[in-house]
Design a protein. Structure first.
Length: 78
């Protein structure tokens, strides 16, 4: 299968970037919900085992947010 050429290729690229921006935005919303829930759980009294699980979730959410910011920055420059 050949690659689209010229204007058709540019249109496809614009559509792809637009779709990726939408997905990155939606992902941001989901990550924000996880981070807020993690914060609220952190306000509760948890035993050591549950505190470790909370820290694991919180760290993963922070990493996901950072990765998503990097993706959005790349898309912003596209």
């Amino acid at each position: 299968m050949t690659q689209p050429a010229g204007e058709e290729g540019k249109k496809l690229q614009r559509e792809t970037v637009t779709k990726l921006r939408t997905l990155a935005h939606d992902l941001s919303n989901s990550i924000e919900t996880i981070m807020q829930a993690s914060y609220l759980l952190g306000q509760a009294e948890l035993d050591d085992n549950n505190r470790k699980w909370l820290e694991l979730v919180d760290t993963a959410a922070q990493d996901a947010a950072r990765i998503n910011r990097e993706i959005r920055e790349i898309l912003r420059t596209s």
